[in-house]
Design a protein around this ligand. Structure first.
Ligand SMILES: Cc1ncc(COP(=O)(O)O)c(C=O)c1O
Length: 374
């Protein structure tokens, strides 16, 4: 079945009792028990709620997983997966990692004895060289935020398997509509479901999925123990938001690459892009987010000032277009030197293309570019 059909099917679970075509919102923190000795499937909502379960199953099915867990933000999903490791464990992490993950690794988990090494996952030899005797996992993000750098998922999985390590992949930018890392041998996929999965800039949500029972048990243990679960109403909004996932992925990169004021366009399926072939072997296309460099912070400021369609804000993956300035937003955690090392230049803007007409989006950009010098 095509994903476009599957998305609608998995997000619509008919209520058996009434025939309601939408998933019932079960606003209940506790569930009455009928058997004194054996608790039913649901007892307390931190451990499980039917509405959240429906959304968890939907994300899992789309990612070709068997188990899905939803959290109150992407950062909690990522942190919960990382919390399955213990003091003394080491993780190899892509240097192109989201700023929040960078912060959790460097300022939180390091205090609990979970260490990491950042590497350029584009260089498979560097990844292999970073593995230590106590390494337990390789954590990748592809394409990455905000430079859209692509990691060869199968290549990383091969290294991980050779060293008996887990592979964790952040699939936020592609979503399961375009890329299914579990099919390529990844063990755990995480998401900021706030972005493409929810798709309407309304909720914060995170997801972790796997098809391995033991890993699922460990993630569920942390989800239940720590308790940062996705709320019932947000679970329902996630289910609703996911219905349009298939039609929210469009493209703008080719036009941008032709503009004289643009120094570089980071979009993984531009034929000039270094990772073009890798991207097309592991994903359907390049997705709906790109970043581009306009030379300086002053040019970036001018462009944003004159754009009328995208909202200038933090985030991406909504039905409306969003433009953001990573050096001061998603990656403000990194020092200037760390930003430059990751390709986050002072003139870098990230554009998340929404459902507006692409003709209007381009006209709006063309008008804003006319205020910049060449
Ligand atoms: C790739 C990626 N991972 C994780 C996160 C964090 O997710 P959240 O903001 O839902 O906590 C983000 C947020 O921008 C992201 O872009």
């Amino acid at each position: 079945m095509d994903d476009l059909t599957k998305i609608l099917q998995v997000t619509t679970t008919h209520d058996q009792l009434t025939g309601a075509v939408n998933t019932p919102i079960q606003l209940s923190s506790t569930f009455a028990q009928t058997d004194f000795d054996n608790l039913g499937e649901f007892d307390y909502a931190r451990s499980g709620n039917p509405t959240r379960l429906a959304a968890e199953n939907a994300v899992a099915v789309l990612e070709h997983a068997t188990h899905g867990y939803l959290f109150s933000s992407g950062m909690v999903a990522i942190s919960s997966v990382l919390m399955t490791f213990s003091a003394g464990d080491h993780i190899v992490v892509t240097m192109h990692v989201y700023g929040g993950t960078f912060r959790v690794l460097t300022d939180v988990l390091s205090r609990f004895g979970i260490t990491h090494t950042f590497v350029d996952c584009g260089e498979l030899a560097d990844v292999a060289n970073a593995i230590l005797p106590n390494t337990k996992a390789i954590n990748i993000e592809t394409p990455s935020n905000p430079t859209l750098s692509v990691t060869d998922i199968a290549g990383i999985v091969a290294i991980a398997k050779a060293h008996d390590l887990l592979t964790i992949a952040n699939n936020t930018f592609m979503s399961p509509a375009l890329q299914k890392p579990l099919d390529l041998g990844v063990d755990i996929v995480v998401h900021s479901a706030t972005k493409f999965l929810a798709g309407h800039s309304d909720i914060l949500a995170g997801a972790a999925v796997t098809k391995q029972d033991d890993l699922a048990g460990q993630i569920y243990f942390i989800q239940n123990a720590v308790g940062a679960t996705l709320g019932v109403l947000d679970s329902w909004l996630l289910l609703r938001g996911m219905k349009t996932l298939g039609v929210r992925m469009t493209q703008l990169a080719t036009w941008l690459a032709e503009q004289p004021q643009v120094n570089a366009v980071h979009y993984p399926v531009l034929p000039t892009y270094p990772d073009y072939q890798v991207q097309l072997t592991q994903a359907e296309n390049g997705g709906a987010v790109l970043s581009f460099d306009v030379g300086s912070i002053e040019n970036a400021r001018q462009l944003v000032k004159h754009l009328t369609i995208p909202i200038y804000s933090v985030s991406l993956g909504g039905v409306e277009s969003i433009i953001s300035y990573p050096p001061k937003m998603s990656h403000a955690e990194l020092s200037t030197a760390e930003q430059l090392a990751s390709g986050i230049t002072p003139g870098l803007l990230r554009y998340s293309v929404g459902l507006e007409s692409i003709t209007d989006i381009i006209a709006d950009l063309a008008n804003a570019f006319s205020y910049l010098g060449e």
